[in-house]
Design a protein around this ligand. Structure first.
Ligand code: AMP
Ligand code: TRP
Length: 329
C-alpha cells in the first residue's frame, strides 16, 4: 500500500513562485510515490472576506494551476473542499478536542487578525482546526507545505494524538514535509517577510501568471544587501533569496550557482535570475490555457467522489467511537 499525502492551497489572490517552490513543486514530485490528495480549500478562503463571484472563479483557476504545475489527475485526487462536507463535520468534532490556549498560540492568526482579536472573525481563529480535519480525514502520512504551515501541522498532530488517546486509535498522526530549500521564499521588496499573496506591494511577489516584462521589472527593483558577493549567506537574506530562486528555477547545485556569479555584479545577477524564471514560467503559462472550465469541472467531480468515500469512512469511525449516533442506529 502506498503512503498518503494531502495538501491544499486557498483559492484567493494570485499564486506566486513561493507557493510553487514551497509547495506545488513538491506535490508534483511526490505524486508518483504517494497516493495523493490535493485540495482547493475554499472553506478556508472565507475566513477573510471574499467576493462570491471572484471566489467561484478562483476555485476553478486554482485547479487549472495545479494541473499546469504537473499534477496528474489520473494519479492524484484533485477536489474542492466544499464538495466534501465531511471536512466541515470533522472540523466541528476537532473544535471540541482543541483548546483555546493552543489556538491562541498560532502565529498566523496573530498576523492575519492584525493583532486585533476582538474584531477578527471566529473562523480565522479556528482555521487551523479545519486544516487538521482536512488532513486527518484521509489518514494522511505526509503533508508537503511551506514553512509557514509548520505550526498548523504540529497542532494537527497534537489533535490526532489526543483523539487517539481519548477514544482509541483512529487517526494516522501525519508528518510535515517541508522542503530543505524553498520552504520560505521572501518578498523581493522586504526580504524579512515571506512572499505573500496578500502583500500590498505587488513588486514583492512574482506571480505565476506575470508576463516576461513584469518579471524583469520586478527583479530589477528587487532590494539587495550591501556588499557585492553573490553567495548563500544567512546574513544577507535578500541575495540568498534571489540565489535560492535562481537555484530552484535552474536545477543547479548551490556551488554551481555561486560559481556562475563570481565576479559578476548585482545587475547581471538580477537579469539572469529573471530570465531563469521567465524560461521556467513560459511552458507553465502555456499549459494553463490547455484546460477548459468543463474539463476542470469533470476532474473536480471525479476527485470529490473519490475523496468523499474515504472521508466518510473516517468520519463514520469517529462518530462511532464517540457515541454520536442518529435515530437510525
Ligand atoms: P496559501 O497561499 O497560503 O494557500 O499557501 C499554499 C502553500 O504555499 C502552502 O503550503 C504554503 O506553505 C506555501 N507558501 C506560501 N507562501 C510561501 C512562500 N513565501 N515560500 C514558500 N512557500 C510558501
Ligand atoms: N492553511 C494552508 C495555507 O494557507 C492551506 C491548507 C488548508 C492546507 N488545509 C490544508 C495545507 C491541509 C495542507 C494540508 O497554505
Amino acid at each position: 500500500m502506498k503512503k498518503r499525502i494531502f495538501s491544499g492551497a486557498q483559492p484567493t489572490g494570485e499564486l506566486h513562485i513561493g507557493n510553487y517552490l514551497g509547495a506545488l513543486k513538491n506535490w508534483v514530485a511526490l505524486q508518483d510515490e504517494y497516493e495523493s490528495f490535493f485540495c482547493i480549500v475554499n472553506l478556508h478562503a472565507v475566513t477573510l472576506p471574499q467576493k462570491p463571484e471572484v471566489l467561484k472563479q478562483k476555485s476553478l483557476d486554482l485547479a487549472r494551476i495545479y494541473l499546469a504545475s504537473g499534477i496528474n489527475p489520473e494519479k492524484s485526487t484533485v477536489f474542492i473542499q466544499s464538495d466534501v462536507s465531511e471536512h466541515a463535520e470533522l472540523a466541528w468534532i476537532l473544535s471540541c478536542v482543541a483548546r483555546m490556549g493552543e489556538l491562541e498560540r498560532m502565529t498566523q492568526f496573530k498576523d492575519k487578525g492584525k493583532g486585533n482579536a476582538e474584531r477578527a472573525g471566529v473562523g480565522l481563529f479556528t482555521y487551523p482546526i479545519l486544516m487538521a480535519a482536512d488532513i486527518l480525514l484521509y489518514q494522511t502520512d505526509l503533508v508537503p507545505v511551506g514553512q509557514d504551515q509548520k505550526q498548523h501541522l504540529e497542532l494537527t498532530r497534537d489533535l490526532a494524538t489526543r483523539f487517539n488517546r481519548d477514544f482509541g486509535e483512529t487517526f494516522v498522526v501525519p508528518e510535515p514535509f517541508i522542503p530543505p530549500i524553498g520552504a520560505n521564499i521572501l518578498s523581493l521588496q522586504e526580504p524579512t517577510k515571506k512572499m505573500s499573496k496578500s502583500d500590498e506591494n505587488a513588486n514583492g511577489s512574482i506571480f505565476l501568471l506575470d508576463d516576461a516584462d513584469t518579471i524583469t521589472k520586478k527583479f530589477k527593483k528587487a532590494v539587495t544587501d550591501s556588499g557585492t558577493e553573490i553567495t548563500f549567506d544567512e546574513s544577507r537574506p535578500a541575495i540568498k533569496n534571489l540565489l535560492t530562486i535562481y537555484q530552484l528555477m535552474t536545477g543547479k547545485t548551490a556551488e554551481e550557482c555561486e560559481a556562475n556569479f563570481v565576479g559578476k555584479g548585482y545587475g547581471h545577477f538580477k537579469t539572469e535570475t529573471a530570465e531563469a524564471v521567465i524560461e521556467f514560467l513560459k511552458p507553465f503559462q502555456q499549459r494553463v490555457k490547455d484546460y477548459s472550465d468543463e474539463d476542470l469541472r469533470e476532474i473536480l467531480k471525479t476527485g470529490a467522489a473519490k475523496a468523499r468515500a474515504i472521508a466518510r469512512e473516517t468520519l463514520t469511525d469517529v462518530y462511532a467511537k464517540m457515541g454520536i449516533v442518529g435515530a437510525a442506529n
